[in-house]
Every structure is written in C-alpha cells, then in structure tokens.
Design a protein around this ligand. Structure first.
Ligand code: NAP
Length: 248
C-alpha cells in the first residue's frame, strides 16, 4: 500500500507534536517533515509531502496555508482564529481545478462536532441559549473557534425557524460580563489551569434548562478526526470547512 506523505507544520507545538506521533503510528501514512517556526516553508523542507497538517498560531496560519498552496500541497488546518474574510481569501486562491485542496476544522473531536449539530437542532425550541467555552490558560485566542462556529450554527438555525431575539434585560455591562455576541448569541470564555478543551451550551425555557456539554480531556481526542481529514482531503476539491462535512 502506498503511504500518504505527511508534513506537520507547528511540529513542536502541543497539537503539532501529538499529530506527529499519530501520523507515525498510522499504517497508511509516513511523516516526511516536521516543520517548526525556525524552518522556511519550501519544496525542500516539505520533503515531498502530499498533505500538510497545520497547527500553529492564529497570526501565522493564513500565510502558512497560502505558502503551502503555492508549494502544491493539500492542507489540513486545525489552527483556530479564522475569519470569514480569511476563508474567502483561501477559497479564491484555490478556485482553479488543479489547485491543492484545503480542509479547515475548528474542532477535530467527534463529540464536539456532534455537540454543534445537536445545538443547532435544539436551539429553535428554546427561548434562551448561551455558549460557555473553557480552556487551559495557555490558549492565545478567545473565544475558541468551536465556540464561534457553535454560535453561528445556533444563530442560523434560529433565523431559519423565525425565532425571536434572545431575551436579555441587561442595561449596563461596562466590562462585558455578559460575554461577546456572535450572530446575536452570547459566548463566554473561561481560562482555567487544569482544563484542556471543554464547551457547554445552555438552553433555557420557562421552568427548564437543557445542557449540552463536550469535554476533550486529552489531545488524543482530536487525532482520529485529523487522520480522517488527511485521508480525505485529496478527494475534496476547493475549501472545506468543518469535520462534519467528511463524516460519512
Ligand atoms: P502551541 O503549543 O502554542 O503550538 C503552536 C506552535 O506553532 C508553537 O510551537 C509555535 O512555535 C509554532 N509556530 C508559531 N508560528 C509558526 C510558524 N509560522 N510556522 C511554524 N510553527 C509556528 O499551540 P497548540 O495548543 O498546539 O494549538 C495550536 C492551534 O491549534 C491553536 O490555534 C489552537 O486553538 C488550535 N487547536 C485546534 C484544535 C482543533 O481540533 N481544530 C484542537 C486543539 C487546538 P513557538 O512556540 O516557538 O512560537
């Protein structure tokens, strides 16, 4: 069996290091490049990689992805902090048939992806909904990409169902205690030593609360999703956003 040649960009980071080990352990993949912040992205450093997995920092990811596209490599991106403008920029760059393919997922954990799906299903049936994301304090961006994606899916489902705006009588909140609004949905970010990656969605109606929660205790929880994306990206032309698009 021919192995997929994989490069990891951000190889000495927490996620990048975990991806390197997962690729090495996969029978159908070969880890051909471990690229750190000290390495240039070139044909030589990519060492013949067909797919690059990018887990770096929000300030570097877009430019890394563009360089990888120019080098003819398919890209699987886990770095968070992407905006719609940045997605549009990448989509425009790879609009031609022969261009490499890019898959960006704010969350590669199956439980988190299902949680977002269930949140969108439930949201139209409740008056109130709020998102709380909780992470380790070394995370540099807030709120998490998953929380933003969750809020956007909730908002879209409520819009489609013709729901009323969320009730909230707050008149004064000078320091943002009510969180940030994403498409009208409040998102709260907690940074706590001891946590890894967690999210809760609170849905409320008069007299009842429904809570959805996902906990990723360990970075290993993301690896089946990352490896699945590496296997699939070669057959997915253009830009694909979200692991849910490749769950058969
Ligand atoms: P991390 O430990 O800080 O790792 C980031 C690594 O990228 C660091 O080693 C950093 O080097 C390196 N780096 C920075 N700029 C670079 C560049 N231009 N080229 C190559 N490497 C570069 O962070 P992490 O915990 O692994 O998280 C990485 C990203 O993944 C974050 O955005 C996080 O939110 C996201 N994430 C996504 C998922 C998902 O399922 N999609 C899951 C978990 C985390 P220095 O330390 O030397 O600056």
């Amino acid at each position: 069996m021919e192995k997929i040649r994989v490069a990891v960009v951000g190889a000495d980071g927490r996620m990048g290091g975990t991806v390197c080990n997962a690729v090495k352990a996969a029978d159908d993949m070969e880890l051909v490049a471990e690229i750190t912040i000290n390495d240039e992205l070139t044909t030589s450093t990519l060492n013949g990689a067909e797919v690059a997995v990018e887990f770096t920092v929000p300030s570097a990811t877009q430019s890394n992805v563009k360089k990888l596209i120019d080098l003819g490599c398919h890209v699987v991106v886990g770095t968070t902090g992407w905006t719609q403008t940045a997605y549009d920029d990448i989509a425009a760059k790879i609009s031609e048939d022969a261009a490499p393919h890019v898959l960006i997922a704010p969350n590669f954990a199956l439980g988190a992806v299902l949680m977002m799906k269930f949140a969108a299903m439930a949201a139209p049936y409740f008056e109130s909904v709020e998102v709380i994301e909780m992470h380790h304090p070394n995370k540099v961006d807030a709120p998490s990409g998953t929380a933003i994606a969750t809020a956007q899916k909730i908002a879209a489902a409520r819009r489609d169902a013709g729901c009323q705006p969320l009730p909230d009588a707050t008149e004064t909140d000078p320091n943002g205690a009510r969180g940030s609004l994403y498409d009208g949905v409040p998102v709260h970010a907690v940074r706590l030593r001891g946590l890894n990656a967690h999210e809760e969605i609170l849905l409320g109606n008069p007299g009842e609360q429904f809570v959805l929660r996902s906990d990723c205790f360990d970075r290993g929880s993301f690896m089946p999703g990352v490896l699945h994306a590496v296997r699939k990206v070669g057959a997915l032309p253009g830009l694909t956003i979200g692991l849910e698009k490749i769950l058969d």
